[in-house]
Write a protein that binds this ligand. Sequence first.
Ligand SMILES: [Zn+2]
Length: 62
Amino acid sequence: MDKHVKCAKCGEELEIKKVVIKYFDHEFRKDVPCCPKCGQPYISYDFAKGKVREAEMELEDK
Ligand SMILES: [Zn+2]
């Protein structure tokens, strides 16, 4: 996981924040890099895919 991603708009270094990811009827709180200036979360395709898989596994555990 690259930690020094910068916002394409502001050029600010992204900070890891807890965000709520909505996946169908479920919400998951995950650490996602966000721009401290505009608040835009940076979720790459692979990252999102991995998080969804994690979320699915969490569901199956219950
Ligand atoms: Zn930004």
